[in-house]
Design a protein around this ligand. Structure first.
Ligand SMILES: *Cc1c(COP(=O)(O)O)cnc(C)c1O
Length: 242
């Protein structure tokens, strides 16, 4: 299968999951996870009509974004260090991986300096896996008002990475819990949160059935990252100072 066929198959599976759940297919956005993929492949995906891409490293994204069409939109989906906040705010339209008040505060500071308001999602470690980043649900609920008080960020919803399982049905409770947690957050904030970013190549249909609005798909679209011959290697690993 080529890229166009893989994309078509993913879109059909999203539509079928929406039909099963009685949802409008227009309420689910496909985010193409392009980490490790070269700009040529991203441009090929853009030619197929994809506009939203996800990267997990600021340094890699920074170089690739400059080599891709300016109309594309980019979400940061990887763990963010506070010394990369400035670039993250500059290059991304949304940061999906905010998992502490201190990180949100740093993003707010950078956004303020750039006279921006930065949309973000709060990442939750629903299953409590020690290998994963993300808020514990209780911690999120207790810090939510403090994050919301920051003037130059906007909370748009929640994000989670479910534990890997060969049987996607097994992780349905994780997606359901994230949806319930979003409802609790909405009650605390007294305002609706539009987004639930959940579902990856192995489990996106179940995530859509449970209310996902952003599915983050890499390997099902682009192929296995390790097998991509021209996996993208940033030319310069040097960090900017300041
Ligand atoms: C890599 C990655 C994905 C995509 O995973 P696939 O299994 O390749 O679809 C989604 N979300 C995050 C946060 C990732 O790091």
């Amino acid at each position: 299968m080529d890229l166009a066929e893989r994309l078509d198959s993913i879109q059909k599976r999203i539509q079928a999951a929406c039909a099963r759940a009685g949802r409008d297919p227009g309420s689910v956005t496909l985010l193409a996870v392009s980490k490790g993929m070269p700009p040529e492949l991203i441009r090929a995906a853009a030619d197929q009509g994809l506009v939203l891409f996800g990267e997990n490293k600021v340094q890699e994204a920074k170089i690739k974004i400059s080599l891709c069409p300016g109309r594309l939109r980019w979400h940061m989906i990887g763990h963010l260090q506070s010394n990369k906040c400035r670039d993250a705010v500059h290059f991304f339209q949304m940061i999906e991986s905010v998992d502490s008040l201190s990180l949100a505060t740093e993003i707010d500071k950078c956004a303020h300096k750039m006279a921006k308001t930065m949309p973000l999602l709060l990442e939750v470690n629903v299953a409590g896996e020690s290998s994963k980043f993300g808020y514990k649900p209780d911690q999120l609920l207790s810090e939510l008002n403090d994050i919301n008080a920051l003037k130059h960020i906007e909370i748009h919803g929640l994000m989670t990475i479910a534990p890997w399982s060969p049987e996607p049905e097994k992780v349905r409770p994780v997606f359901r819990k994230l949806r319930e947690l979003k409802e609790k957050c909405e009650a605390i904030l007294g305002a609706p949160l539009p987004h639930l970013s959940m579902g990856m190549s192995g489990d996106f249909e179940v995530a859509v059935e449970e209310g996902s609005t952003i599915v983050r798909i890499g390997t099902s679209l682009f192929g296995a990252r390790a097998q991509v011959k021209k996996a993208f290697q940033p030319q310069s690993q040097n960090e900017e100072v300041g």
